[in-house]
Design a protein around this ligand. Structure first.
Ligand SMILES: [Zn+2]
Length: 356
């Protein structure tokens, strides 16, 4: 549980071990031993992912003499979380290991927190920063955006598994990282206008992740070992930035609000990171920042930069832009309290080339 701390004090919860690199998945077992775990382990994973990575993790747990059980999750719904939470309470494992993309990790993260257990994250894709963050987003919760749960105790990111995921997921991860370019600007703005807590260190860490992926666009595009590793490190650093800040602020601003509203208007169309990338282009324009830098980066990466490439009609973009401020009213951003007018939305989307 997240403790309530006295006023003016600050609580940070960070992962204790992070392993990134080729063929590190077989090290999950010994990592848990090193961290002092010895009881049974519940592995939470998805069906496809289980065939690719679950077996490797399970083997390593057995080799390290852990009693294990596997739960295959179908989707990231609250019912699924309840089911896993119930099993955790029955089985009382020492720790929960989440193996998979966003959905499996989210279910492992939320159910383990609700049942009062820690969890270890084994991401098999690099599509967004949830793989290492203390945040959870899920269908059926009371809000369309993420909220703070617990940081993983450890992260084991095997790039030889991640590199085999579809390139679209990698490009989407780049969109989620570059989003920090405007998220941090929004956070600073909220600090000035609303006197909201602002942490320089967390902000710089998030910004550095976006700078690093921009700098390494060509090696990420070429899916080289170092390119994929750079992206995974950037995503994990974003998660750590949120852990340090104790809020998603360093990583989620108006571009995320745009993504959340677009996901409501055109569900299951584009990926989270893809929507955030396009949102970042437009929000950078609103901030008077270098929006061309973001667009050029996304083009180099091969991610979507227009409504058409996102697979949505221009009207959905305009609707998402004008309603984004209302998604999370307490989160002050460049959209202000009353949001963009239709005319302003048309202007930003047209100038930045998102719509024609
Ligand atoms: Zn995100």
């Amino acid at each position: 549980m997240i403790p309530s701390v006295p006023r003016d004090s600050h609580y940070m919860q960070l992962p204790r071990e992070v392993l990134i690199g080729r063929n590190v998945a077989p090290l999950v077992g010994e990592t848990l031993v090193r961290l002092g775990f010895h009881g049974p382990v519940l592995m939470v994973t998805g069906e496809k992912v289980n065939a690719i990575a679950g077996g490797i993790v399970l083997e390593s747990l057995k080799l390290a003499n852990f009693g294990t059980e596997t739960m295959i999750v179908q989707n990231s719904t609250t019912e699924q979380v309840d089911e896993v939470e119930h099993r955790i309470r029955e089985m009382a494992p020492d720790i929960v290991v989440g193996v998979g993309g966003g959905k499996d990790i989210d279910v492992a993260k939320l159910s383990s927190m609700k049942a009062g257990r820690g969890f270890l994250s084994v991401p098999t894709a690099a599509s967004h920063d949830g793989i290492a963050s203390p945040l959870v987003s899920m269908k059926g919760l009371d809000r369309p955006y993420s909220y703070v749960a617990l940081a993983p105790i450890a992260i084991v990111a095997d790039t030889s598994i991640i590199i085999k995921s579809p390139y679209r997921l990698i490009a989407s991860g780049c969109g989620d990282v570059v989003a920090k370019y405007t998220a941090v600007r929004d956070w600073k703005l909220a600090h000035r206008i609303k006197n909201e807590y602002y942490g320089d260190y967390a902000a710089e860490l998030a910004l550095m992740s976006s700078r690093v992926v921009i700098k390494n666009a060509s090696s990420i595009r070429a899916m080289t070992d170092s390119g994929v590793r750079t992206l995974v490190e950037a995503l994990i650093s974003c998660g750590v930035a949120m852990s340090i800040a104790g809020t998603s602020r360093p990583c989620s601003g108006a571009e995320h609000l745009f993504s959340h509203s677009l996901a409501m208007i055109a569900p299951e169309t584009a990926l989270h990171g893809e929507q955030c990338g396009v949102g970042t282009i437009m929000c950078a324009y609103l901030h008077g920042a270098n929006w061309q830098l973001i667009r050029d980066f996304l083009q180099r990466i091969g991610g979507p930069t227009t409504a058409k490439e996102l697979g949505v009609d221009p009207e959905s973009i305009l609707k998402a832009l004008t309603m984004a401020h209302s998604i999370r009213p307490e989160r002050y951003t460049i959209l202000g309290e009353s949001g963009l007018t239709r005319e302003a939305a048309e202007k930003v989307a047209t100038i930045t080339g998102v719509i024609e």
